[in-house]
Design a protein around this ligand. Structure first.
Ligand code: GRF
Length: 205
């Protein structure tokens, strides 16, 4: 009943997942030297690098990545700051058992630079979403969302930090629900058996 976590960078969500005591079998990064690999090493969790640049095609990269993931026979695949767009074929291979955390209140602000775009749009609430990964970018069924205020003096850094704190709250919670077999998808909508709240509002500055 373990999780394989895919990362590309610093790994603060990975850290939150490990701090929550979730059973992480391995961490795989597509970027050598990603900070999250050090976090994995400190916890004695196997860390692997599969560099996309080492492969001639996306499919060749994904074939090796999928084989590495499957060595650990995970119940669940968790993208945690994994900044690589994958093909529909890769998504299909792990369909229904891949979660991602995205730094916006989806369906607003899919893709990159979410905090800049939220500030530019003048939204008063921003946040993050944990969703099932489907072939369409950042558009899979939503498991849980956390909302935070956008404050008048915010810049990208302050807003990103406020959202990130909530990512660290909701992502481990969503992964645990999945591992406990409590997530039900009906018509693209996710509910949690037991009725736990799928929404967090934090008014921390
Ligand atoms: C997070 O904001 C995540 O939502 C986004 O990339 C960032 C990764 O941060 N996809 P970290 O590597 O988990 O610290």
């Amino acid at each position: 009943m373990s999780v394989v976590v895919l990362i590309s960078g610093r790994g603060s969500n990975l850290q939150a997942i490990l701090d929550a005591g979730l059973p992480v079998a391995a961490v795989i990064s597509n970027v050598a030297g990603a900070g999250g690999l050090d976090i994995a090493a400190r916890r004695g969790v196997p860390g692997l690098v599969v560099k996309h640049g080492d492969f001639p095609t996306r499919e060749a990269f994904e074939a090796v990545l999928a084989a590495e993931i499957e060595r650990f026979s995970p119940r669940l695949l968790a993208y945690a700051g994994f900044m690589r767009i994958v093909t529909a074929g890769f998504v299909e291979r792990f369909a229904g058992r891949t979660l991602n955390v995205h730094p916006s209140l989806l369906p607003a602000f899919t893709g990159l630079h979410t905090h800049e775009r939220a500030l530019a749009a003048g939204v008063k609430l921003h946040g993050c979403s944990v969703h099932f990964v489907t072939a369409e970018l950042d558009a899979g069924p939503i498991v849980i969302q956390a909302a935070v205020r956008v404050l008048p003096g915010d810049n990208v850094e302050t807003l990103a930090a406020r959202v990130l704190r909530q990512e660290h709250v909701v992502y481990p919670r969503a992964l645990r629900w999945f591992l406990e077999g409590r997530l039900v998808i009906d018509n693209g909508r996710v509910s949690v058996k037991g009725g736990d709240a799928q929404f967090v509002y934090s008014d921390l500055p």
